[in-house]
Design a protein around this ligand. Structure first.
Ligand SMILES: *[C@@H]1O[C@H](CO)[C@@H](O)[C@H](O)[C@H]1NC(C)=O
Ligand SMILES: *[C@@H]1O[C@H](CO)[C@@H](O)[C@H](O)[C@H]1NC(C)=O
Ligand SMILES: *[C@@H]1O[C@H](CO)[C@@H](O)[C@H](O)[C@H]1NC(C)=O
Ligand SMILES: *[C@@H]1O[C@H](CO)[C@@H](O)[C@H](O)[C@H]1NC(C)=O
Ligand SMILES: *[C@@H]1O[C@H](CO)[C@@H](O)[C@H](O)[C@H]1NC(C)=O
Ligand SMILES: *[C@@H]1O[C@H](CO)[C@@H](O)[C@H](O)[C@H]1NC(C)=O
Ligand SMILES: *[C@@H]1O[C@H](CO)[C@@H](O)[C@H](O)[C@H]1NC(C)=O
Length: 371
């Protein structure tokens, strides 16, 4: 099981993040340094401990760097590490679970490794360093996992594809999912292909949130994946955006499965008409409510209603922006076919947006002068 060949390990870049984004771990996992760790107190032998981590889609703790080694005692004591001696005859042939060799021997507890209960082919973390012990012993488990990223909207974010492979890659692509639904990866993201494996967002948007998975296929057909969660801290997000987000994702999920262009167009067409109608209705509702509200003489009341109207304006404007997004989504997928209707709606949406902005500006001025 751990009989790895000497691999020409190539790491497709290491995890990187932009300056103000922060790392986060899922529930039950703790961030120490740049990785998420989980200590499980149940006692297991090495094999079962390794299985436990694999079942969590994680790996056993591998403190390869000095930074990672320095957090051992923060995490726990006497737990298994993902390090094993593959060669029963020669000492110090230590290999990490990912197939790479142990490079430095300065982290052992003094006197270790001693192979005292020969064979001692597994390693545990002790208060004063590492120690070799028999793999049949029972210890607690620490698993490690790549953290998720929380980024602010408009920030630049790079998601790296951290897979180890020993052969040339023939295929590399990214997928994104949201609430277990497949959604498309932003057309504005760069890279995510064989030549540039990392996925680069120059200006990340709240719609880019999701669980990203990098899929790598090597020349012999071996498939490897690596996943990262991306959360966007959109602090001034209008609550009505969620509605559009759901709609966008609903349609995004329809695009992933194999559908003929005609089928897709048919479905999208009716939806676009519906959105168009809704926007037209809401616009008239809005203008009549503005007229009513601006003529209200009571200052306090008017500022209250103006607040409501303002919120409605923002929602409509944001709505239009998302409709424009939806259209560009359609355009992206259907780029080869003429889709003049969507373009027309897009232009109309822009006109409407401009108008609403103008009205909104006037409203703000009125509200300022009346305040
Ligand atoms: C252990 O190492 C020795 C010397 O490097 C080598 O001859 C032997 O084949 C190795 N055994 C295994 C099981 O890898
Ligand atoms: C660990 O325990 C399982 C049974 O729970 C056993 O099958 C396996 O051989 C053990 N592994 C080691 C290395 O002791
Ligand atoms: C891998 O790619 C390099 C450069 O494209 C090529 O020279 C080499 O032959 C390839 N190796 C295999 C096993 O296809
Ligand atoms: C990979 O992505 C980069 C950046 O988006 C792009 O410039 C390049 O043409 C792409 N390469 C391939 C083979 O698609
Ligand atoms: C989200 O953004 C707000 C305002 O910019 C900031 O105060 C907060 O710390 C951010 N939270 C995270 C998790 O980045
Ligand atoms: C979609 O269909 C094409 C051919 O029609 C096929 O090559 C491809 O594998 C299919 N993709 C999926 C995800 O089913
Ligand atoms: C328009 O108003 C209706 C109800 O009046 C609402 O269901 C719909 O979501 C609104 N549409 C937009 C785009 O605001």
């Amino acid at each position: 099981m751990f009989n790895y060949k000497i691999l020409g390990i190539l790491l497709l870049g290491i995890f990187s993040k932009s300056f103000s984004s922060i790392l986060t771990c899922s529930e039950g996992w703790n961030l120490h340094g740049s990785k998420c760790y989980k200590l499980d107190p149940e006692m297991r032998n090495f094999t079962n401990s390794n299985k436990f981590c694999e079942n969590l889609n994680a790996e056993m703790m591998m403190p390869k760097t000095a930074e990672e080694n320095s957090v051992l005692s923060e995490i726990g004591l006497w737990f298994w590490m993902g390090l094993i001696d593959h060669n029963k005859t020669t000492a110090l042939d230590w290999t990490w679970n990912d197939g790479s060799k142990l490079e430095s021997n300065d982290r052992w507890k003094s006197g270790e490794p001693d192979n005292k209960d020969s064979p001692e082919e597994c390693v545990i973390s002790c208060p004063t360093g590492w120690a070799d012990v028999p793999c049949t012993g029972i210890k607690t488990t620490v698993c490690q996992k790549k953290p998720g990223i929380i980024a602010d909207e408009d920030e630049s974010v790079t998601l790296t594809c951290d897979v180890k492979y020993e052969e040339n890659i023939t295929k590399l692509f990214w997928t994104r999912s949201m609430d277990d639904t497949s959604v498309i990866v932003s057309e504005y993201a760069k890279g995510g292909n064989v030549t540039l494996p990392s996925l680069v967002f120059e200006h990340v948007k709240w719609t880019d949130e999701g669980l990203y998975k990098c899929h790598v296929t090597t020349i012999s057909g071996l498939t490897l994946t690596d996943e990262t969660s991306l959360f966007i801290n959109a602090t001034n997000m209008c609550p009505c955006r969620c509605e559009y987000r759901r709609r966008l994702e609903h349609w995004g999920s329809k695009i992933i499965p194999n559908k003929s262009q005609e089928e897709l167009l048919k479905e999208l067409e009716s939806e676009l008409q519906k959105i168009k109608k809704e926007l037209a209705v809401n616009k008239t509702q809005l203008s009549s409510s503005i007229r009513r509200r601006t003529s209200a003489p009571d200052k306090r009341k008017s500022s209250e209603t103006m607040g409501l109207a303002g919120a409605a304006f923002i929602c409509i404007v944001v709505g239009l922006v998302v409709v424009a997004d939806l259209l560009s989504l359609v355009k992206f997928v259907k780029s080869t076919i003429t889709f003049w209707n969507s373009k027309k709606i897009g232009e109309k949406a822009k006109d409407k947006k401009r108008k609403i902005f103008d009205i909104n500006k006037r409203k703000t001025q009125t509200s300022e002068s009346s305040a």
